[in-house]
Ligand binder design. Structure first.
Ligand code: AVJ
Ligand code: FE
Length: 458
């Protein structure tokens, strides 16, 4: 079993105005951290496990491996470096749009040994290129953007590969120490007030922000209450025990139809045992830990839970205001805790732990409104569709965001324990189909801050 620390815990991030040498170091560090994770996730399995498809929802891991290198070659060696393609013949195999995931195991993919050789060859050439790179002249290289995009891409696939590990059957291949519990978690208020009014959503200043996070713009949200923490397994079990899965009142029409069709009864990877619940996590079956944020629920389950609790999911704008807005200065911060880069003290990111921390953890990572764990631990479903911000411009390719805009996808915010810090910010936007459960997603609930009207006798 492979047990190592996750993505370098306190890796510096890129900041607007970094000098070229600082930027070069940040880029090298980010690329290396992503690669350490990729290697860990692929070196711990034998060739059969790498080429096999563990779920039709996922690619064979050997596809992710070569796709990571192919994107790195495409953007850094070709687009930035002006080099000729190394293997034009394999480009179509690793184009995510030419072949849906379900079809990838039938392709004549590189073998694990060939994929590792390709990955190493590309990286060697990239490090040569980086050595002499100028971070000015074209928008692609300004502030090292293309390098940052490639490091983020590899970390995103690190999270995807971890989801494949979770779906894989067989002996455990990964382990990591559990996160610790914050001592004051039990005395936290259930919800916090987020003041209404305008705030700055999105960013024009964060150098490695991707196209869909741009540009910064003013959004207005009325006052609302937000759960201080993500919804816990214990709270979610109360919804199950109250027959929440069998009561159509709590489900949207689309949600109920899906619940019926898919036979949903509990989060993915849960199994009832006696009066309690077990879950399987990276090959180990264990009692469901009551204090952990609920994980592996789809948007429809989150929506039903919220309605059962007399609440609703937050909108994406509400989520971002809670996570970034600082009423003391009127500014939006890079992260809930401020502008400092993530650290192990502030958030559970980077696969250091292979599970979320108990709800109420990370007091130092709290937002100005008092909410905790907005960044790290679990992605949080919001009620919003994936739409462009006003002034959106596809950059540098339409297939990152633009082709997904619309009501088919729901927004997830905040980042999970599985994502590297380079691919996580207060402005970072993730999206998926509302039925998806293999991703590391949970949720928290909200309500309008309309005054409570006493009814009669009190
Ligand atoms: C942003 C997580 C939805 O995995 O489909 C990876 C990230 N884009 N390669 C995805 C991505 C291209 C993307 N998500
Ligand atoms: Fe990709």
């Amino acid at each position: 079993m492979t047990s190592t620390p996750g993505t370098s815990a306190s890796l510096p991030q890129a900041h607007a105005g970094d000098d070229p040498d600082t930027l070069r170091e940040t880029i090298a560090g980010s690329l290396l951290a992503a690669r350490e994770r990729t290697r860990l996730l692929t070196d711990c399995l034998d060739d059969d496990d790498l080429v096999r498809q563990h779920s039709p929802l996922m690619s064979p891991l050997v596809w992710d491996l070569a796709h990571i290198a192919n994107q790195e070659e495409l953007w850094l060696l070709r687009a930035v470096g002006g080099r000729e393609p190394m293997r034009p013949d394999i480009d179509p195999l690793y184009d995510a749009f030419e072949h849906p995931r379900a079809e990838r195991p039938t392709l004549p993919l590189l073998t694990p040994a060939e994929a590792r050789a390709y990955v190493g060859e590309v990286r060697g050439r990239v490090l040569d290129l980086l050595h002499n790179a100028k971070f000015a002249g074209t928008p692609l290289v300004a502030d090292g953007f293309a390098f940052g995009m490639v490091a983020q891409h590899e970390q995103q696939h690190g999270e995807t590969m971890l989801a494949t590990h979770q779906l894989r059957k067989g002996a455990p291949a990964l382990s990591a120490p559990p996160p610790g519990l914050s001592p004051d978690a039990v005395s936290l208020p259930a919800e916090v007030l987020v003041p209404g009014g305008p705030f700055t959503m999105g960013t024009s200043a964060e150098p490695w922000a991707l196209d869909n996070e741009r540009p910064a713009h003013t959004a207005v949200v009325p006052s609302f209450y937000l759960d201080t923490t993500p919804v816990s397994n214990a709270a979610y079990q109360a919804f199950i025990a109250a027959s929440g899965y069998d009561d159509q009142r709590w489900w949207s029409p689309a949600g109920w139809a899906h619940r019926q069709r898919a036979g949903l009864r509990a989060p993915l990877f849960w199994r009832r045992e006696g009066n309690g619940w077990l879950r399987t996590r990276f090959g180990v079956t264990e009692p469901v830990p009551p204090a952990e944020p609920v994980l592996h629920v789809c948007f429809y389950e989150a929506e039903a839970y919220a309605r059962w609790a007399g609440r609703r999911l937050p909108t994406e704008a509400e989520w971002e205001k809670a996570a970034r807005f600082d009423p003391a200065t009127g500014r939006s911060r890079r992260f809930p805790w401020g502008d400092a880069d993530p650290s192990p003290q502030l958030a559970n990111l980077g696969q250091r732990h292979l599970q979320p921390a108990p709800v109420g953890s990370y007091p130092d990572g709290a937002a100005p409104c008092g909410a905790r764990q907005l960044v790290g631990d679990v992605w949080e479903w919001t009620s919003s569709d994936f739409l462009p911000y006003p002034g959106f411009r596809a950059w540098p390719y339409r297939e990152y965001s633009e082709v997904f805009f619309g009501s088919e996808y729901k927004m997830l915010r905040g980042g999970s324990f599985a994502v590297g810090p380079v691919a996580c910010r207060g402005t970072f936007r993730n999206w998926d189909y509302p039925v998806r459960r293999q991703i590391f997603a949970g949720f928290r609930t909200a309500r309008d801050a309309a005054p409570v009207v006493a009814d009669g006798g009190a």
